[in-house]
Design a protein around this ligand. Structure first.
Ligand SMILES: Cc1cc2nc3c(=O)[nH]c(=O)nc-3n(C[C@H](O)[C@H](O)[C@H](O)COP(=O)(O)OP(=O)(O)OC[C@H]3O[C@@H](n4cnc5c(N)ncnc54)[C@H](O)[C@@H]3O)c2cc1C
Ligand code: SF4
Length: 283
């Protein structure tokens, strides 16, 4: 299955305006974390904040709804999120931890849970909210897009960063500037070219914008833990949903992009094998 194993696919968004005001898409990640904190399903979570407001994602341990919301929004650079899990359990003493993770980070988390090396840490991860991911960029690439390609004085002038409708977007003073996505090729981090997972197939629940209308998110519940937290947040009135077959462009676009990533990056992997270069296993 090109989207991995999932129980249910829905289009959804947060019902809370304070989340929608700052979230990247439908605010599903923040809504789920806030609900899980409130219900004691998790005691805290590792998210990617930007403490210096410079778009550099910094792994951040959050234990309140206000902190979750302060870290909302996508930063299109690598967040060494997994490095903060030990901090969450050891320094914060959290017994039940949530993590917001890209597909590659989700794989790392599941490995840590499967192997005994990270005893007392990995077993405390109770909720993995996966975010879809086609590629990711070093901070230097983001600087180049902002300054050399879009004419900004500085990346820090941007108030929102997004990828959609074939472009990389930066918002400044309420105006969106778009860079054709083909112009960003070659600037992504190298490992993304051999990554086969678009939709965080190993998470408890994964979400992204593709498939749903603007301001909404496509949600795939995958495990009992993921389905329970999502259903609970819906029942609590924190998330509203629509059936996927009632929204455009719908699941076919998500499937097409997930397959496209596997096909394209599968070829790069084959080339690497032919050259005798190592590749990570495909999960
Ligand atoms: C590098 C990257 C590429 C992406 N590519 C796609 C794509 O091709 N298609 C698609 O549909 N969606 C993609 N997404 C996901 C999308 O941008 C949103 O993050 C997702 O839809 C969640 O939106 P939300 O409104 O529910 O989340 P929000 O409520 O806004 O919360 C976002 C959460 O993500 C965390 N976060 C932000 N940046 C990072 C990061 N770099 N690493 C880890 N966690 C982070 C924040 O801390 C926050 O907890 C990508 C995300 C990233 C980070
Ligand atoms: S494309 Fe793959 S390797 Fe690159 S950041 Fe996204 S999930 Fe990780």
């Amino acid at each position: 299955m090109v989207l991995g194993t999932y129980k249910e696919a829905l289009s959804a968004r947060s019902t809370e305006q304070k989340i929608l005001d700052v979230s990247q898409d439908g605010g599903i990640v923040s809504a789920l974390l806030c609900y899980a904190l409130d219900e004691g399903i998790i005691e805290g979570a590792v998210v990617a904040g930007t403490p210096d407001d410079d778009w550099r994602p910094v792994p951040t341990v959050v234990t309140s709804a206000d902190e979750v919301i302060a870290a909302a929004g996508t930063k299109y650079s690598m967040s060494p999120t997994l490095s903060a899990i030990k901090e969450a359990t050891r320094q914060y003493g959290l017994e039940k931890v949530g993590v917001v993770a890209t597909p590659c980070q989700t794989q790392g988390l599941r490995k840590a849970q499967a192997y005994p090396f990270t005893r007392f840490v990995a077993e405390k991860i109770k909720l993995i909210v996966g975010i879809y991911c086609m590629e990711n960029f070093p901070m230097a690439s983001l600087d180049t897009f902002a300054t050399a390609k879009l004419g900004f004085d500085s990346l820090q002038d941007a108030t929102k960063m997004d990828i959609g409708k074939g472009k990389f977007w930066l918002t400044k003073d309420g105006e969106d500037s778009g860079l054709a996505i083909k112009e960003t090729h070659g600037y992504e981090q190298a490992g993304c070219n051999i990554c086969m997972d678009y939709v965080a197939e190993w998470s408890d629940v994964s979400t992204g914008s593709v498939g749903s209308p603007d301001g909404w998110s496509t949600v795939l519940t995958r495990t009992d833990a993921g389905a329970d937290v999502f259903k609970g947040a819906v029942a609590a009135g924190l998330i509203e949903t629509k059936p996927m077959d009632e929204v455009k462009p719908g699941l076919p676009l998500l499937e097409k992009l997930a397959k496209g990533k596997k096909d394209k990056n599968g070829k790069v992997r084959e080339e690497r094998v032919k050259m005798g270069l190592p590749i990570p296993p495909e999960y």
